[in-house]
Design a protein around this ligand. Structure first.
Ligand SMILES: Cc1cc2nc3c(=O)[nH]c(=O)nc-3n(C[C@H](O)[C@H](O)[C@H](O)COP(=O)(O)OP(=O)(O)OC[C@H]3O[C@@H](n4cnc5c(N)ncnc54)[C@H](O)[C@@H]3O)c2cc1C
Length: 382
């Protein structure tokens, strides 16, 4: 179906981001995958080129354009260039982390941090998950206890995207450890604060260029001026921001599957077996037909949700629907595409291999498929 989502300005932006990806990201992919992290200069280059903090006010270094279609284009172009997770840190910076600063940072905090966020001098991460608390965030144990004009932070986080590169960490923690949801607050932790340290950059089965780290907080004295929003508003902030994060994951999952499908179509028309192109066996033709149908459905759903997000009408349930269905569909497509490549799909020579190993985790992060179904199921009265 013809997509109706984009206008000419979006297509111009797409062209310029595509050039950026090919100039600044594609040449680094193999090195960064081996090193387990992208060079942090990538963030500065993205900032210089105008690809960070587009939604931030112009006065603070942003573009003042709060239109998620631009974020959508960035995810799509990263997928089409087959650069795996090399741009995921940038997407997390823009799509997931920036909104906390936009909606909860006061004027002083905006003036302090927003220019660096938009220039790429301040790389962002968000730390919710702990070794003992992932899906059940309200049971987190990291505490921030007020002492005079500071909070003293103790605890640890794990699986934190951009965890090694980050300069500012949006930390979800308990300012009232006796309460569950209502005891949670958000503090901004700055690199270099005494008692804040990074643990391992975790060795994952995919997304090799993306740093995913453990963070430790040992009596970290954080100025009260680093509290984002009201004390006790942390859970509410997460609930408000997670739909955008989940939609971002869904968009990227559809784009990854669409890119893999496109290269698989080419492969199916070139590779022959038993004297015919492998795509022409009925089984494979049906597989391709099913995948193209599922991709259309996913694309249409996320496109509608992007417009809903722009119109501020995206609901938690619709974001959950987009997240679970699109990430599961993406995984199905990636696995079938790899199968159609036969043995070659299992080698690093073909982009499907990286897409497949990178494509497993979106069913888990940002809230698992099961938790998404919980959100939807509860809204149905159960
Ligand atoms: C590569 C990667 C990057 C990540 N990036 C970040 C990040 O930047 N910041 C961050 O804070 N976190 C991040 N995470 C963490 C991620 O969000 C969590 O792993 C995820 O939310 C699941 O939590 P968990 O791993 O503790 O699993 P658990 O909560 O222990 O769940 C284990 C299993 O039990 C199931 N389960 C749990 N509760 C229920 C229930 N009520 N009903 C049915 N099934 C249930 C889950 O669906 C899952 O299958 C990242 C994870 C990975 C792998």
């Amino acid at each position: 179906m013809l997509r109706q989502l984009f206008h000419e300005t979006h297509e111009l932006f797409r062209e310029s981001f595509r050039l950026f990806v090919h100039r600044e990201i594609v040449p680094g992919v193999e090195k960064w995958e081996k090193e387990g992290i992208v060079d942090r200069s990538l963030f500065r280059k993205a900032g210089e080129a105008g690809f960070l903090g587009m939604a931030a006010p112009e006065a603070n270094g942003g573009a003042g354009v709060d239109d998620f279609r631009f974020n959508t284009i960035m995810a799509e172009e990263l997928s089409h260039a087959h650069v795996g997770a090399c741009g995921d840190g940038i997407l997390l910076h823009n799509d997931t982390c920036l909104p906390y600063f936009l909606s909860a940072a006061d004027a002083d905090q905006q003036a302090r941090w927003m220019p660096g966020i938009c220039s790429g001098d301040l790389v962002l991460a968000i730390a919710m998950t702990e070794p003992g608390a992932g899906s059940d965030l309200a049971s987190m144990r990291t505490t921030a206890l007020r002492v005079g004009d500071h909070y003293v932070v103790n605890g640890s986080k794990t699986f934190i995207t951009n965890g090694i590169n980050a300069d500012l960490v949006i930390l979800a923690c308990k300012t009232d450890p006796t309460a569950r949801h209502k005891g949670m607050s958000i503090l901004v932790i700055e690199a270099g604060m005494d008692g804040f340290s990074r643990g391992r950059n975790l060795e994952k089965i995919g997304q090799h260029a993306q740093d995913t780290a453990e963070l430790f907080f040992d009596d970290v004295r954080v100025p009260a001026a680093n509290l984002l929003g009201e004390e006790g508003s942390g859970f509410q902030q997460l609930v408000t921001k997670l739909p955008q994060e989940r939609l971002s994951i869904a968009i990227h999952a559809v784009a990854n599957a669409a890119a893999a499908f496109s290269t698989t179509l080419d492969y199916c028309s070139q590779r022959e077996a038993f004297g015919q192109r492998i795509g022409s066996f009925q089984h494979n033709r049906f597989a391709l037909a099913e995948m193209s149908t599922e991709l259309e459905l996913g694309q249409n759903y996320v496109d509608a949700q992007v417009l809903a997000l722009n119109a501020r009408t995206l609901t938690a349930e619709d974001a959950a629907r987009a997240k679970w269905w699109c990430t599961e569909m993406s995984w199905r497509v990636l696995d079938r595409c790899l199968q159609l490549h036969g043995g070659y799909g299992y080698t690093e020579e073909y982009p499907i291999a990286r897409a497949w190993r990178d494509g497993r985790v979106p069913r888990i992060y940002g809230g698992t498929t099961e938790i998404m179904k919980e959100i939807i199921g509860r809204s149905l009265g159960f």
